[in-house]
Design a protein around this ligand. Structure first.
Ligand code: ADP
Length: 263
C-alpha cells in the first residue's frame, strides 16, 4: 500500500500551518516526521487520517484520493495512534484493544477478534495489564495500549504521533522494534512523528524535516540529519557522527543560549 501527498496546504483559521507538502511512502517503508515543536507534524498526521481537511492538495492511497473514500474504508486502511488519549469512563485494556477491531465488527466480536486482541497483547507484553483500567496505567503503559489497539485494527498504513515520548529506554526500543517488524514483515507503511533524531535515524527508511510547516529536507537519514540542517531547523549546534552507517547526533548548545545566572 502506497501513500502519496501532493501539494498539501493546511490552514488553522487564517494561519497557514502546512505549505506545499509533497511526499511518498512505499509499502513497508518507515517515514519519520522531524521538526521543532509547532512545525506541523501532528497537523500533517491529522490531515492524513482525515480528522482535518487540507485547504489545498491531495492525499492518495494507491492512487485513490482519501477525500473520496468512505470513513469505514479509510478506517480499515489507516490506523492512527495519537499522542495521548484518556477515557472518561472505566475501560479495561482488553476492551480498549478490542475497539481496534471496530471497523470489522458487525454486531458482536467473534472468536477471531478475541484471538487477535490476545495475540497483540502478547506481542507488546501487555497480558498482565489486560484487565486493568486504562485510566490507571502510567503514560508509557497507556501509549503501548493505544499502539496495540491500532495493531489489532490490522491497518495497511500506521500513523504514530510521538510513539516513544513517554516511554523509558527499554520500552522505546521495544515499541520501535515492533513497528519495524510490522513494516518489514507485514508490509505496513508507517509514518511517525518523533523528536529523537538518533532513534528516528536508526528506525526510519526516510526522514522529513519540517520547518515552519514546510519541508526543509527529505530523504535518507544520512541526507537529512546533518549539522547544517540541525542548525538551520532547530537552532542548535551539533556534531553528527556515523555509527553503523546511521547518523548519530551529539548536540552542543542552542545558538540562542546565553544564560547568565546570578547567585
Ligand atoms: P507539531 O506537531 O510539529 O508540534 P502542530 O501540528 O501541533 O506541530 O502545530 C502546528 C502549528 O499549528 C503550531 O503553530 C500550533 O500552534 C498550531 N495549532 C495546532 N493546533 C491548533 C488548533 N487547534 N488551532 C489553531 N492552531 C493550532
Amino acid at each position: 500500500m502506497k501513500l502519496k501527498i501532493q501539494g498539501l496546504n493546511f490552514r488553522y483559521n487564517d494561519r497557514l500551518v502546512l505549505e506545499d507538502i509533497n511526499l511518498e511512502v512505499e509499502e513497508g517503508e518507515i517515514l519519520t516526521l522531524l521538526g521543532p515543536n509547532g512545525s506541523g507534524k501532528t497537523t500533517l498526521l491529522r490531515c492524513i487520517v482525515r480528522i482535518l481537511n487540507p485547504e489545498r492538495g491531495c492525499i492518495f492511497i494507491d492512487e485513490k484520493q482519501i477525500s473520496k473514500m468512505k470513513r469505514e474504508q479509510l478506517a480499515r486502511k489507516i490506523g492512527y495512534v495519537p499522542q495521548s488519549e484518556s477515557s472518561s469512563f472505566p475501560v479495561t485494556v482488553f476492551d480498549t484493544v478490542l475497539m481496534g477491531r471496530k471497523p470489522y465488527l458487525s454486531w458482536n466480536p467473534t472468536f477471531k477478534d478475541f484471538r487477535i486482541v490476545s495475540e497483540v497483547l502478547h506481542l507488546l507484553g501487555l497480558e498482565e495489564f489486560a484487565l486493568r483500567d486504562l485510566n490507571e496505567l502510567s503514560g508509557g503503559e497507556k501509549q503501548k495500549v493505544l499502539i496495540a489497539r491500532t495493531i489489532a485494527q490490522g491497518p495497511e498504513i500506521m500513523l504514530l504521533d510521538e510513539p516513544t515520548s513517554s516511554l523509558d529506554l527499554k520500552h522505546q526500543l521495544e515499541v520501535l522494534e515492533v513497528v519495524r517488524s510490522l513494516a518489514k514483515e507485514k508490509g505496513i507503511s508507517v509514518i511517525m512523528a518523533m523528536h529523537d533524531l538518533n532513534l528516528a535515524s536508526r528506525y526510519s527508511d526516510k526522514l522529513v524535516m519540517l520547518k515552519n510547516g514546510k519541508i526543509f529536507s527529505i530523504g535518507t537519514p544520512e541526507k537529512v540529519v546533518t549539522s547544517e540542517n540541525i542548525k538551520s531547523v532547530y537552532g542548535v549546534e551539533a556534531t553528527v557522527y556515523n555509527h553503523l552507517q546511521t547518523p548519530y547526533v551529539v548536540p552542543e548548545k542552542p545558538l540562542s543560549a546565553n544564560f547568565i545566572i546570578k547567585t
